[in-house]
Design a protein around this ligand. Structure first.
Ligand code: NAD
Length: 440
C-alpha cells in the first residue's frame, strides 16, 4: 500500500518506518526542513532502539521517503495518517492546532479520493471535525475529491516503540464504514499474522479508548505512589506490598511500581485532556483529577528526602544524578522528574553532576538556562559520582541496575544513595551505604 504520514517524530517516524519495513511505500512528511534533511542522511531526531537500522534499509530500498513536500506525498498515496503532536494547552485541553493545520494541508493539496486516519491522540469528536474541515475546504476549492475518516490511536511505548509497533497487543480502529475497516485490516494484517488483534468500534469510542488507557496507567502509578507514602508513614514496605497484591490475578504485577513520579509526552497531558473533556461535557471528575495532583507531589519526593537528610541549605554539596530522560531507552525528557528535582536542589544551593547516555542535549534544551551553570555533565556513570556527596537515581536505565558498589564507595564522598525507582537491594547497606527509597 502507499501511505503518507504527516508528522515525523516519535509516532510518525516509528509508524512510517515499520509500515515501510513490511514492504509498503511510505512518505514521511514534516514541516521542519532540517529534520527531513537529516533523516535523508539517516540522522534520526529521536533515540529509539532498532529504529536506525529500519530507516536506513527502507530508504535504501526506496520504500521510505522523507519530504517536506506534502503534495508529492499525497499525489502518490491513498492512505494518509495524521501523527502530529497534540500538546497540552494552558487550560489543560489538547492543543489541536497542529492537527487542523495538517487537515488544511491535506485539503489544499489532495487530488484524489483518500482515507485520512487520525493517529494523534485527540479528544472525542475531533475526527469528525477534521473531516468537516477538509470537506469545507474541498468545497471552497470546487474539488470533487472524497475523503473518508478513521481513528487509529497509537499505543506504542517510547523506549520499545519499534517492537510495540511491529508486535502490537491490539490495533484499535474506529470508523463508520465496513470498507474502511477492511482497508485498515489489510494494512495491518502483516503485523498480526500470528493471531487476530483488531478491535473495531465507532470513532468516538476509539478516540476515548486512548485517553482511558493512559488515564488508567497513570492512575495505577499514582495509586501505588500514594500507598508508598502511607507505607513510609507506617513502617510498611511498598516492595512487599506490591508483591502481595500483584499475586492477585485481578490486580496483576504490571504497572504497580512506586517511584518518583511519571513523566513523558503522553500520560501527563492525556490525563489533563481527559479531565478537560469531562468538565467541558458537564462532568466533574474526582479520581483522575487527583491522579495528576499525586504525581506532581511525587516528583518532589526525592528532593524532600534529600532535604530531610542534609538540611534545607545544600550549599557546598554536590549530587550525582543518574538518568535524565523520563524513562529508560528514550532521549525524551518531556515532563521528566529530572526537570523538577535538579532545579529544586540547585535553588537550595547544590551543585549537580549528571549522567545520561542519550538525553543530555534534550535535557539542556528543556532546562531553564539559569540552572545550567550549576550542572556538570559526565561522560559515564562513574565519572558522575566522583567527589559527590550522594547519588540520586532518577531514571532506571539498565546500566544503573548492578553498578560496582566498591567503585562507588571509592568515588563518593559520602556513601549515600537516593534510589527514586527502588532498583537497589537493601543488602548494599551491609557495605556501609545509606539507602533511601520510595515507600520503604
Ligand atoms: P511530536 O510533537 O514529538 O512530533 C510531531 C511532529 O509533527 C513534529 O516533528 C512536527 O514538526 C510535525 N508537524 C507538526 N505540524 C505538522 C504539519 N502540518 N505537517 C507536517 N508535520 C507537522 O509528537 P509525537 O510524540 O510523535 O506524538 C504524536 C501524537 O501521537 C500525539 O498526539 C501524541 O499524544 C500521540 N502519541 C504519542 C506517543 C509517544 O510515545 N510519543 C505514543 C502514543 C501516542
Amino acid at each position: 500500500m502507499n501511505i503518507t504520514i504527516i508528522g515525523t517524530s516519535n509516532v510518525g517516524l516509528v509508524t512510517g518506518a515499520c509500515f515501510s519495513k513490511m514492504g509498503n511505500k511510505v512518505y514521511c512528511v514534516d514541516i521542519i526542513e532540517e529534520k527531513i534533511e537529516n533523516l535523508k542522511n539517516n540522522i534520526l531526531p529521536i533515540f529509539e532502539p532498532q529504529l536506525d537500522g529500519i530507516v536506513e534499509i527502507s530508504q535504501e530500498r526506496g520504500d521510505l521517503i522523507f519530504t517536506t513536500d506534502i503534495k508529492e506525498a499525497l499525489d502518490n498515496t491513498d492512505i494518509i495518517f495524521i501523527t502530529v503532536g497534540t500538546p497540552m494547552a494552558d487550560d489543560g485541553s489538547a492543543n489541536l492546532d497542529y492537527v487542523f493545520d495538517a487537515a488544511r494541508d491535506i485539503a489544499n493539496n489532495i487530488t484524489h479520493d483518500s482515507l485520512v486516519v487520525v493517529k494523534s491522540t485527540v479528544p472525542v469528536g475531533t475526527c469528525f471535525e477534521v473531516k468537516e474541515e477538509i470537506e469545507s475546504i474541498l468545497n471552497e476549492n470546487d474539488s470533487d475529491v472524497k475523503i473518508r475518516i478513521a481513528s487509529n490511536p497509537e499505543f506504542l511505548k517510547e523506549g520499545s516503540a519499534v517492537n510495540d509497533c511491529l508486535h502490537p497487543d491490539r490495533i484499535v480502529i474506529g470508523a463508520e464504514e465496513d470498507e474502511v475497516f477492511e482497508i485498515m485490516r489489510d494494512l495491518y494484517s502483516s503485523f498480526v499474522l500470528n493471531h487476530e488483534r483488531f478491535i473495531f468500534m465507532d470513532i468516538k469510542s476509539s478516540e476515548m479508548t486512548k485517553y482511558v488507557a493512559n488515564a488508567m496507567l497513570a492512575t495505577k502509578i499514582s495509586f501505588m505512589n500514594e500507598i508508598s507514602n502511607i507505607c513510609e508513614a507506617t513502617g510498611a514496605n511498598i516492595q512487599n506490598v506490591r508483591i502481595g497484591i500483584g499475586s492477585d490475578k485481578r490486580i496483576g504485577y504490571d504497572f504497580i511500581y512506586a517511584g518518583c513520579g511519571y513523566g513523558g509526552s503522553c500520560l501527563p497531558k492525556d490525563v489533563q485532556a481527559l479531565i478537560n473533556t469531562a468538565k467541558c461535557n458537564g462532568y466533574e471528575p474526582k479520581i483522575i483529577s487527583n491522579v495528576e495532583i499525586v504525581n506532581e507531589k511525587q516528583k518532589m519526593k526525592l528532593a524532600e528526602k534529600i532535604v530531610k537528610r542534609f538540611g534545607d541549605n545544600l550549599t557546598g554539596l554536590t549530587f550525582a544524578v543518574w538518568g535524565l530522560s523520563f524513562k529508560p531507552y528514550t532521549n525524551d525528557v518531556r515532563e521528566a522528574t529530572s526537570l523538577v528535582v535538579i532545579p529544586e536542589l540547585i535553588k537550595k544551593g547544590a551543585k549537580i553532576k549528571a549522567y545520561d547516555s542519550h538525553a543530555v542535549q534534550e535535557f539542556m534544551n528543556a532546562l531553564d538556562d539559569i540552572y545550567l551553570d550549576s550542572i556538570e555533565f559526565a561522560d559515564n556513570r562513574y565519572d558522575a559520582v566522583d567527589g559527590c556527596d550522594a547519588l540520586i537515581l532518577i531514571t532506571e536505565w539498565k546500566e544503573f541496575r548492578s553498578p560496582d558498589f566498591d567503585l562507588l564507595s571509592e568515588k563518593l564522598n559520602q556513601k549515600i544513595i537516593f534510589d527514586g525507582r527502588n532498583i537497589y537491594d537493601r543488602k548494599i547497606e551491609n557495605k556501609g551505604f545509606e539507602l533511601y527509597q520510595i515507600g520503604c
